[in-house]
Design a protein around this ligand. Sequence first.
Ligand SMILES: [Zn+2]
Length: 168
Amino acid sequence: MSSVIQKYTRALGASNLRDDAQHHQTEVLAAAALCRDLGTKLFRVKYAGDASSYSALLDAWREIVKTKAAHRTWPADVSPAKVARLSLDHWLNDVCPACTGRGYEAVRGQPTVLSDVACRACAGGGTRAVQAQHKLQHLVEDMVEALNAMSAHAAGQTMKRLAKEVEF
Ligand SMILES: [Zn+2]
């Protein structure tokens, strides 16, 4: 059990975690709480240029990945800490270098004009592919997806808050 989850369960005042179902429930709750908090941080570091909190971000993300690894029973020779770092680093810098995220090939001879042809490097997605060791590839891809989902959720929550603030 990771230290963050221990702290979380203590904070909840859960005194009896001997029951497996309750234990599992608490871990799921702890992971969800971490995700809510992390989503906002992720969004700030990536889109608001707040690079100062990278190491705090990596610490929090590593705890989440460890929990996911335990629940999904990853192979024993896979380091969740390594998958956490690779996925976070990829996610923070995932722009396709060929099209700089625009998704289309430039018109020949006019690099600033976009054609209708999807970028050959990223197939029009605008993001570069994950490149990791074979045994890590799929896991890193999964965790990049999880980061995308958390960040999108946080962005949605932020938009809702902003919408409330401008309501009168
Ligand atoms: Zn591209």
